[in-house]
Design a protein around this ligand. Structure first.
Ligand code: URA
Length: 277
């Protein structure tokens, strides 16, 4: 935290009463965690088609722990809309998307753009989806009810933020961006999903300059044009605490890995095993 004495005239701080000092500190440096949705976002989240997911034919979704909606700024300061695929268990525990291994690798790409805060993330789906259902066509991100609700989130993001670009991680996310009527002329940076089995570094390298051209860094961010190494694991960045709810352990969303997994059968849908380091 900055020293207030370095910001104000000598002696000025001492003349303020403690309540005023407290207000200044709060305004300048807090909240350091995500306070959650404001009223308009909460109302929109409460209209999610949860029953539609729960009763979906062939039960492709993991619904027992409820939906996970977003990560990032809901306060009107997002410049980039980030789209992912679907939440897993680290996301359920944090109640924020893109928190586990995939999220931390994605965060590294945002870091290369100098984006430290001005983004808002949604997934293609509100619930985790079985990959076989997705690849086999039992469910699609363009299914009418799922798409209409997701587009209502995008519309509200567009109406309340100065969006300049979309980053879509994976082909399903890209499809979401392409099927959003409100997109207008927002450019889409379509990247391979962070945990795709291969080709992530090469793909991200091929889009890095274009992304840096259309997305300006945040004031405390540093643009890094160095290409990713195409050998070895993708680097990660810890999820900023300002994106997470107060009280989440410091190791969750950090260290590059996933901290949780589903229970073994028959508890796969009803149990999450959360492991501390
Ligand atoms: N977690 C998410 O929230 N989204 C993804 O696409 C992958 C993991």
């Amino acid at each position: 935290m900055k020293d207030l004495h370095a910001i104000f005239q000598p002696g000025a701080i001492e003349k303020l009463n403690p309540v005023a000092i407290d207000r200044i500190i709060c305004a300048l440096f807090y909240p350091q965690y995500d306070p959650g949705p404001n009223c308009s976002w909460e109302r929109l989240f409460q209209t999610a088609p949860v029953d539609h997911y729960v009763t979906f034919p062939q039960a492709p979704f993991h619904t027992r722990f409820g939906p996970v909606f977003y990560r990032g700024r809901l306060d009107g300061t997002a410049r980039v809309l980030v789209i992912g695929q679907d939440p897993s268990t680290d996301e359920i525990l944090a109640q924020r998307i893109f928190v586990g291994q995939a999220g931390q690798i994605a965060q590294h790409f945002l870091g290369k753009l100098g984006l430290t805060r001005s983004y808002l993330m949604f997934n293609s789906f509100l619930f985790g989806v079985q990959s076989t259902s997705l690849s086999g066509g039992a469910v699609s991100e363009t299914e009418a009810t799922i798409m209409a609700y997701r587009n209502s989130l995008f519309d509200h993001a567009q109406a309340t933020n100065p969006l300049t670009a979309i980053i879509a991680f994976g082909s399903h996310a890209n499809n979401c961006a392409l099927n959003w009527p409100g997109r207008g002329s927002l450019p889409i940076i379509h990247l391979t999903h962070p945990t795709a089995p291969s080709g992530v570094a090469a793909n991200w390298n091929s889009h890095l300059a274009a992304a840096q051209n259309v997305i300006a860094p945040d004031s405390d961010g540093h643009v890094d044009t160095t290409p990713y190494s195409t050998s070895g694991a993708m680097p990660h960045l810890d999820i900023p605490r300002r994106d997470l709810p107060f009280g989440l352990p410091a190791w969750h969303g950090a260290g590059g890995g996933t901290q949780s997994q589903r229970g073994a059968a028959p508890n796969f849908e009803s149990q999450i095993i959360w492991s501390a380091p």
